[in-house]
Design a protein around this ligand. Structure first.
Ligand code: NAX
Length: 326
């Protein structure tokens, strides 16, 4: 049988962690024939809670679960990691300014980026879920100069899946038949879900929907505010759907997206006018353990405006933490 792959998850005691770990152990992430070793990182005060989650994982008797590491030390958690899913982050507390939030997280992701740099497999794939996800991923990448920049990504997949589902219901078609959706930019309400190229059975979905007002006044804002709507309804932020998106993101990256477009936050190569290095959501196709940006797309005036809005926000975040990156 195969050698276990090592998957590190941070924020393991949190609500996304609780929805994520059981699916990884069940083989949903890396395949039904791939044993996994789980390395669980959380803060010192959450170690007991992580041990409780481990007891439940044990009680599932997952055949693919080869072992555990439980720790509050990133260098232990990331040792020889094949995959690292960085979920734990500092949430915005009462009265906390945006700049305070950015710098509290900059500290966390600097430490974790350095630890990945020092101890992870050279082929590690890192997904940042913890918010502000794009900027946190950027900081981790910049703190890991010995790893390839391509090792680092931020999660736009929840936005992508939300948009897919809304389009399927609007056009009254199965989700699985929808191809070529793109979500551009920052994982925040400024992101741009873009269905100009999207097809269903070879036909443009835009011609089926044929409602540009719906695109601008309903679709784009609702995808952007979906997270807030879930908090409003559930009293808690998205957890199972966020965990599902993390699984989709990493599974496709490792095992391939079968020719489908998926959206990932990745360091820009300078294309589409996005300055090099900015951690920006773009459509990609995954194959052979690598992602490849979809190239040659064009933007109309409205799309250019939307891209500028989300890029300006990301550049603002990057400027706010620049002094912390040495
Ligand atoms: P919880 O507050 O339930 O759990 C967070 C866990 O992280 C806690 O157990 C905490 O102790 C731990 N933690 C905090 N700092 C840590 C550190 N430095 N090292 C290790 N562990 C640490 O939050 P949860 O609902 O699980 O959400 C986690 C993060 O995901 C938040 O930042 C949230 O904003 C973000 N989200 C990102 C999404 C995306 O699409 N990119 C969507 C879902 C989610 O809102």
């Amino acid at each position: 049988s195969k050698t276990p792959m090592r998957v590190a998850v941070t924020g393991a005691a949190g609500q996304i962690g609780y929805a994520l770990l059981f699916r990884i152990a069940n083989g949903d992430l890396l395949g039904k024939d791939q044993p996994v070793h789980l390395s669980l990182l959380d803060l010192p005060q959450a170690q007991n809670a992580v041990r409780g989650v481990v007891m439940e994982l044990e009680d599932c008797a997952f055949p693919l679960l080869a072992g555990f590491t439980v720790t509050d030390d990133p260098k232990v958690a990331f040792k020889d990691a094949d995959v690292a899913i960085l979920v734990g982050a500092r949430p915005r507390g009462p009265g906390m300014e945006r700049a305070d939030l950015l710098s509290a997280n900059a500290e966390i992701f600097t430490v974790q980026g350095r630890a990945l740099n020092d101890v992870a497999k050279r082929s590690v794939k890192v997904l940042v879920v913890g918010n502000p996800a794009n900027t946190n991923a950027y900081i981790a990448m910049k703190s890991a100069p010995d790893l390839p920049a391509e090792a680092f990504s931020a999660m736009l997949r929840l936005d992508h899946n939300r948009a897919l589902s809304m389009l399927a219901s609007k056009a009254n078609v199965p989700v699985a038949d929808i191809e070529k959706l793109a979500v551009w930019g920052n994982h925040s309400p400024t992101m741009y879900p873009d269905y100009r190229e999207t097809t269903v059975g070879g036909k443009k979905i835009a011609s089926l929907i044929n409602d540009e007002a719906w695109n601008r006044e309903t679709f784009i804002p609702q995808v952007g505010k979906r997270g807030a709507a879930i908090i409003e309804a559930r009293g808690l932020s998205s957890a199972a759907s966020a965990a599902n998106a993390a699984i989709d993101h990493v599974r496709d990256w490792v095992l391939g997206s079968n020719g489908k477009w998926v959206s990932m936050g990745i360091p820009s190569d300078g294309s589409y006018g996005i300055p090099e290095g900015v951690m920006f959501g773009v459509p990609v196709i995954c194959e052979g353990g690598h992602y490849k940006r979809v190239e040659g797309l064009s933007f109309d005036d409205f799309s250019k405006e939307r891209i500028k809005l989300t890029l300006d926000e990301l550049e603002g975040e990057r400027a706010a933490i620049a002094h912390l990156l040495k």
